[in-house]
Design a protein around this ligand. Structure first.
Ligand SMILES: [Zn+2]
Length: 130
């Protein structure tokens, strides 16, 4: 264990991009189990190689910059998926409307009869059955 600790001193280690590469390569190898493509195998090995290269790299600044670029792309994707997932979870208890004025999504509890909904963004009022 001490040898590994000593070996990892000054090296970059694991970050979000490395984990993403590892998951990507795992998904790719699972997929390749069905397809059996040589190109997928090469891409898979490339992803694993890149992952280990990044973890063991001593150029910390370059690896951080790569991770920042990755996160700048990843966060909007992750947030959009989370929003969709939360909306799916809330379908039973809430009803969703779109404000006709500003296109803001409005969430109202279900089963409250006919209600007047005021958009918090533009103060437009709409009457809907929940
Ligand atoms: Zn509005």
């Amino acid at each position: 264990m001490d040898k590994l600790k000593h070996f990892m001193i000054g090296r970059y280690g694991i970050d979000q991009l490395s984990v993403a590469l590892l998951i990507f390569s795992l998904v790719l190898s699972l997929l390749n189990g069905f397809i059996g493509s040589t190109i997928l195998t090469i891409v898979d090995l490339g992803a694993i190689f890149l992952c280990y290269f990044r973890i063991l790299s001593k150029n910390l600044y370059a690896r951080q910059q790569e991770n920042f670029k990755f996160l700048r792309i990843w966060h909007p994707v992750k947030n959009a998926s989370l929003r969709k997932w939360n909306r799916l979870k809330g379908m039973k208890t809430h009803k969703y409307f779109k404000c006709p004025e500003c296109k803001q999504t409005l969430r109202v509890p279900r089963g409250k009869g006919k209600v007047c909904i005021t958009c918090p963004k533009c103060k437009h009022e709409l009457h809907k059955r929940t």
